[in-house]
Design a protein around this ligand. Structure first.
Ligand SMILES: CC(=O)SCCNC(=O)CCNC(=O)[C@H](O)C(C)(C)COP(=O)(O)OP(=O)(O)OC[C@H]1O[C@@H](n2cnc3c(N)ncnc32)[C@H](O)[C@@H]1OP(=O)(O)O
Ligand SMILES: CC(C)C(=O)C(=O)O
Length: 515
């Protein structure tokens, strides 16, 4: 297996993401984690950009012991001196000089001819080599540069002392076919290329940064540049974690490997996301929240039978604790059964079928069904088994300043009784309506409500204690609608009352009908 060197530029190109501005402490924290991750070189910053940047790069150079530390510089003495000042204390410093080579950049940005580009680059490399053994030269916008001029610049850089020559796809314009061919041609046409590390650095403007990086590896590059989570200028850079995993999983194609410690990937990704404030796209490969989540019934069934049916990477491999079966709209009974078992319940097939119907009804109201929701559905199922009354309809209106509740209760004989009452607030009206429907009065001794799962569509849990003739009856109800949860809790207590007393409800004056 060929070793692919990893040059991490999270702290330089990654920090070029709009809105990202890391403090020295944050940069050091990330650098130490990158070292733990096993990257070979950390581009700590662009020292000429500000005095604060020099301080950060200096501190990283002081604290990081194993990884080499690079600093970026334009092709001029002032920038090189700033870089020198910043990384001179590093164990293995590397000066990174960049100069654009493409016709567009030469004409519009640099106002230089090809000859001037060659001369400027050569004099900068030779100046840098006085102080640095390790020197990388990057041909900015290489993918839009004439191939013959690339040969000339790469050859000049090697002769002048560059130890790494990097060909970036600065604007994310390359395609895997053209980009791979460029490296193949360089290897075939530039003398001395075998004595240096040939490197690539891709941007993701067309969503092809990882594909282009892999094409470069396939065609002989020795070093890849990228960032954690793919952050960076505009649409970002190649995500290092994606390349490391692609090489790991498809060694049959690439026959190459990085030294990345795979199970440090997820902790690194989290740290970078937290400190930069750049949220990771949920469906992002390897490190996105959904990368190891399975939602649909057929997939979940496959996962439960054999994870390799739907997962090519084991989550533990990259430091994610486990795969998740997310109970959602498309889930089936196998996943629900596994979840119920995991929560410590042992339901019969019939109970599971009933729970499944309730679960499907709930998912129409709620985006995610959480563990707590399932617990509540099961608990509610147990409560309802013995019910004298169940709630069959409930509506609420606010005529004038009052709350008006209409409640319909159905008893064991499928008789439904409907009552409309006004009250001092919805809960007062509701409880009066229930009392009138069953022709019994209770004193509401306690009423508590709490949200029992997360989000605006969380399930509300209501607890009530009712008093009838000094005896207390407790009830609990759950629903995404808190008025309904309150009705269910009240009815649960009422049902207890009837069961305990062995009583039949007294005929009420409410409107009665059969269903
Ligand atoms: C492809 C990349 O990602 S390269 C890295 C990009 N990162 C950054 O630019 C972040 C740090 N940059 C900065 O803080 C500032 O741009 C500084 C301090 C470096 C320079 O600021 P200023 O001196 O005000 O110049 P400004 O950024 O406006 O313009 C860039 C100048 O550098 C020149 N330049 C651009 N690239 C290079 C290069 N590789 N080598 C030499 N000169 C260059 C431009 O032609 C322009 O020169 P001009 O003033 O003669 O027209
Ligand atoms: C400095 C170079 C490598 C760069 O960031 C680019 O070309 O995108």
């Amino acid at each position: 297996m060929k070793k692919i060197h990893v040059f991490d530029t999270t702290l330089r190109d990654g920090e070029q993401s709009p809105g990202v501005n890391l403090t020295t402490d944050e940069k050091v924290k990330i650098a130490l984690q990158l070292e733990k991750l096993g990257v070979d070189r950390i581009e700590a910053g662009f020292p000429a950009s500000s005095p604060g940047e020099i301080i950060s790069v200096k501190e990283i150079s002081r604290q990081v012991k194993n990884a080499s530390i690079a600093a970026l510089s334009r092709a001029n003495k002032k920038d090189i001196e700033a870089a020198r000042e910043a990384i001179k204390g590093a164990a293995t410093p590397c000066l990174h000089i960049v100069l654009a080579t493409s016709p567009i950049h030469r004409k519009y940005k640099l106002n230089m001819t090809k000859e001037q580009v060659l001369e400027t680059a050569e004099s900068a490399i030779r100046y840098g080599k006085k102080y640095f053994d390790n020197l990388e030269f990057s041909l900015e916008d290489a993918s839009r540069t004439e191939i013959d001029f690339i040969y000339e610049v790469v050859h000049m850089a090697i002769k002048s002392g560059a130890t790494v020559v990097n060909l970036p796809d600065t604007v994310g314009y390359a395609s895997p076919e053209t980009f791979g061919t460029m490296f193949k041609k360089i290897k075939e046409n530039v003398p001395g290329v075998e004595n240096i590390l040939l490197s690539t650095h891709c941007h993701n403007d067309l969503g092809m940064a990882t594909a282009n990086t892999l094409a470069a590896i396939y065609n002989g590059v020795d070093q890849i540049e990228g960032t954690i989570n793919g952050i960076g200028e505009r649409a970002g850079n190649t995500a290092i974690e994606e390349v490391a995993l692609a090489l790991e999983m498809r060694s049959d194609i690439y026959q190459a490997k990085t030294d990345i410690v795979l199970n440090e990937i997820y902790p690194t990704s989290r740290m970078v996301s937290k400190l930069t404030g750049m949220m990771v796209q949920r469906n992002k490969a390897i490190v996105g929240d959904h990368a190891f989540s399975h939602e649909s019934g057929i997939h979940q069934d496959g996962m439960l039978k054999e994870p390799t049916t739907y997962e090519i990477i084991r989550p533990e491999m990259v430091g994610v604790s486990s795969s998740t079966l997310v109970l959602g709209k498309h889930s089936g009974r196998h996943a629900l059964k596994a979840k119920v078992r995991h929560l410590g319940y042992n339901l019969s097939q019939q109970e599971l079928n009933e729970l499944f119907q309730k679960f499907k009804a709930l998912i129409d109201k709620k985006r995610y069904v959480l563990d707590e929701d399932i617990r509540l559905l099961i608990d509610e199922q147990y409560v309802n088994e013995e019910s004298m009354f169940t709630l069959s309809d409930l509506s609420i209106a606010y005529p004038g300043n009052e709350s008006e509740i209409t409640v319909a209760l159905t008893d064991r004989h499928q008789q439904t009784v409907q009552t409309t009452t006004r009250g001092n607030g919805a809960i007062d009206a509701l409880f009066q309506a229930i009392d009138q429907s069953i022709n019994t009065e209770f004193i509401l001794e306690d009423y508590k409500i709490q949200s029992n799962s997360a989000g605006k569509d969380a399930i509300g849990e209501v607890h009530v204690i009712l008093d009838n003739d000094g005896k207390k009856y407790r009830g609990r109800g759950f629903d995404t609608d808190i008025i309904k949860a309150s009705a269910k809790a009240y009815l649960a207590a009422v049902n207890r009352f009837y069961e305990e007393q062995g009583k039949q409800p007294i005929e009420s004056n409410a409107y009665k009908f059969s269903i």
